[in-house]
Design a protein around this ligand. Sequence first.
Ligand code: ADP
Ligand code: MG
Length: 238
Amino acid sequence: MGQIKLTNVKKSFGAVDVLHDINLHIDDGELVVFVGPSGCGKSTLLRVIAGLEQVSGGTLEIDGRRVNDVTAAERGLAMVFQSYALYPHMTVRQNLAFGLENSKMPKAEIAERITEAARMLEIEAYMDRRPGQLSGGQRQRVAIGRAIVRRPVAFLLDEPLSNLDAELRVSTRAELAALHARLSSTMIYVTHDQVEAMTLADRIVVMRAGRIEQVGTPLELYNKPANRFVAGFIGAPH
Ligand code: ADP
Ligand code: MG
């Protein structure tokens, strides 16, 4: 569960081609980071995988099944945004339960999943607070918790730490790495921050102007950058 395969995936907005022939195979349980300068198409690629945007060409498969025409809700993925997107009028517990309650899941199972996620993220102490009463780091954990309770086949995270201050970013990054190790589920993580990419990733996908420049482990990219752009971006000597 959690294999994602893109074959010649293209995306245009009107006459503007934003993604050109993206080919990528993500393995079950991998933590893959999409990195590249602002505007290179990272968010668009994530949204295409999530099903929030339709592809303009090519094939998208999840666990061997073609999902081009499958709705976002039915793809079994969970997306976490930088803006948290929590409901301000609901408590943390209600934010976590929302979405599951619409799925006709038994109440006992919803409660069990919420308890488990709360324990995993250490947010038990503020389950009855509203987002406005939480710090940025706590809100981000709740946003991740809302994804966890859905038990998705993969997590898609778009710059989840970019609203946090530098110190909190480092600690939350470490928590995310630990969470990935514990859940062992596929994660795709988008960032424009090279340090984040190098410290988190099993494999890094370096993007530029809607194309993949190179895919490899942090060490491979550092030791053998495919070109000057990758070398410059990853910060390797060249
Ligand atoms: P990144 O996340 O790497 O910063 P994006 O995927 O957000 O980049 O954007 C890539 C390009 O696609 C940008 O030029 C952006 O303006 C364009 N773009 C993104 N979404 C839309 C949209 N809905 N309509 C038109 N252009 C878009
Ligand atoms: Mg983006």
